[in-house]
Write a protein that binds this ligand. Sequence first.
Ligand code: BEZ
Length: 190
Amino acid sequence: MIRNDFSLRCGDAFESDQPIWLFGYGSLIYKVGFDYQQRRPASIHGWTRRFWQGSHDHRGTLESPGRVATLVASEGAICHGMAYRIAPEVLKALDIREKNGYVRVITDLYFEDGTRDEALVYMATQGNEAWLGEATAFEIAQQISTAAGPSGPNRDYLLLLADALRDMGHDDPHVYALEEALLALEAGAG
Ligand code: BEZ
């Protein structure tokens, strides 16, 4: 069940000079582009990955926005991704890279060896300026198939994420359904 009544610890006022964990669940899983001290598979609980956020600055344009992953609160859900141990100054560059509706929050982080910590995560919540919300897999795949932006074609974002999750051994029915719908669309168009 997807919840809307989640409570978050805001990461905006994050001011420590100590290294922190950053949790990636989208492009940060397969495309890093910043210095890090450690990289470890990890998960966060109570959140599920959804392609419900519009992108008009990375994987689309204002005229033809793409769709990228955000997190939606969902009781009992586990979202698998990649955690990076980073120096806090790395966030400055990321904040520029990850604008377009994303905010920082702090959440509990679970490693595969059973240990845990806290992590900062970027998420775009319902109602932000680029929010697109729920749609069928076919509708989302159609939008993704035609969108492209400064970071490249939207289809590459989806397919690289699906491949990365498979490589990590994780099932993500939402992502795989979108991948299947996209590949079917492309096969039909070919
Ligand atoms: C991520 O990969 O976790 C991510 C990337 C961009 C914005 C928000 C999250």
